[in-house]
Design a binder for this molecule. Structure first.
Ligand code: TXA
Ligand code: MG
Length: 331
């Protein structure tokens, strides 16, 4: 733990070095402390989930030093730009279409083609982000199911062993998470209430927020703070074109295979394509490769992706949850 009032430069250098090395860093924001990792490094992002013990892969917010950096990862039309100009740096997250060329990994977006971006207020954190030169994915720095941390000591108690550095900038002034607003397909919707009020947002956009489509209104209870997610957001979770067949103990002709820990069920040699999520059986590595593997196997053109049983310990639970959703019947 480094207090910035004692050694600001030391804190910045230690945080940047740890993030560059793929480590986890607790970063102060005006809302809550974040558990940060390089958003372009799938292993580092998988380590966030492992440290939090999150049972599901929710999309994470990517933190950037300014609007210019945000625009290299997301598409900002006039409305998103007006909101950014009004509230950044500050407790607002904007969900916008992700640029295809953005290096932010699929594990951050949970495979969505949108991205949640935010510019946090503390200058020490923006300095770290600017020097790193890459976005930082960061959920609140608490173990899943625990209360969001608003002091560095909260993080130390809950996650001290998992983080390389805790940057202590004192208590978080806002203390509740950022407001999340989606600006997608010409609609502006509130996904999570937070540090910026609905009224303040409506004043900037000059009209009422769009209501999430009634039929599609769903509450993602898994999201901490029970973020109401417009259903579209749930259904647009990356679903392969191929059918996904779980608990496969053999590979049928024409199928692609997603396997784990070196397992080669009968028929593997004839698989149209094969990805071993982690030959060594490491669930963190497997999580880091999951979305890319789904895409690659899908791109093989196979009608079905057979998936071997994957042990549900540690991150295996979140992997299994994601695969079950990929395998669920679709309309
Ligand atoms: O104040 C905050 O926002 C804090 C600090 C650390 O920045 N972070 C935070 O992260 O609260 P987290 O992971 O607890 O919540 C992120 C929320 C999730 O509910 C997720 O569903 C939503 O952001 N989210 C992120 N990207 C999204 C996307 N592309 N589409 C829909 N929802 C998204
Ligand atoms: Mg949280």
């Amino acid at each position: 733990m480094v207090k910035i009032e004692d050694d600001r430069e030391g804190a910045i250098e230690a945080a940047v070095a740890a993030l560059e090395a793929g480590g986890l860093v607790a970063l102060p924001t005006e809302t809550v402390y974040g558990l940060g990792a390089d958003a372009t490094d799938p292993r580092a992002v998988a380590a966030i989930y492992a440290a939090k013990g999150r049972p599901r892969f929710n999309p994470l917010i990517a933190h950037v030093p300014d609007l210019a950096a945000a625009e290299t990862h997301g598409v900002f039309g006039p409305t998103a730009r007006a909101l950014a100009a009004a509230f950044w740096p500050g407790p607002l997250t904007l969900v916008v279409p992700k640029r295809p060329e953005s290096a932010i990994c699929d594990l951050v977006t949970a495979g969505l083609d949108s991205i949640g971006l935010r510019v946090p207020a503390p200058s020490v954190t923006r300095e770290i982000l600017a020097r790193l030169g890459r976005p930082v994915a960061a959920p609140s720095a608490n173990r899943s199911g625990r209360i969001s941390p608003t002091r560095a000591s909260d993080v130390a108690e809950d996650l001290g062993a998992a983080v390389a550095v805790i940057v202590d900038a004192g208590p978080c002034p806002v203390g509740v998470e950022s407001t999340i607003v989606a600006v997608l397909d010409g609609r502006v919707t509130l996904l999570r209430p937070g540090g910026v009020t609905r009224e303040a947002i409506e004043t900037v956009i000059g009209r009422p927020l769009d209501r999430p489509e009634a039929a599609s209104l769903a509450v993602d209870a898994s999201a901490e703070g029970a973020a109401p997610l417009a259903p579209g957001l749930l259904t647009s979770h990356y679903a392969p074109n191929a059918r996904v067949r779980l608990d496969a103990d053999r590979v049928a002709p024409g199928e692609a295979l997603m396997t784990f820990a070196g397992l080669r069920p009968p028929g593997s040699a004839q698989a149209v394509a094969l990805v071993d999520l982690s030959p060594s059986g490491d669930p963190v590595e497997a999580a880091s490769r999951l979305f890319g593997a789904l895409r690659d196997l899908d791109a093989s053109g196979a009608g079905t992706i057979a998936v071997v049983p994957i042990p549900e310990d540690g991150l295996g639970e979140a992997i299994a949850d994601r695969l079950r959703r990929a395998a669920a019947p679709r309309p």
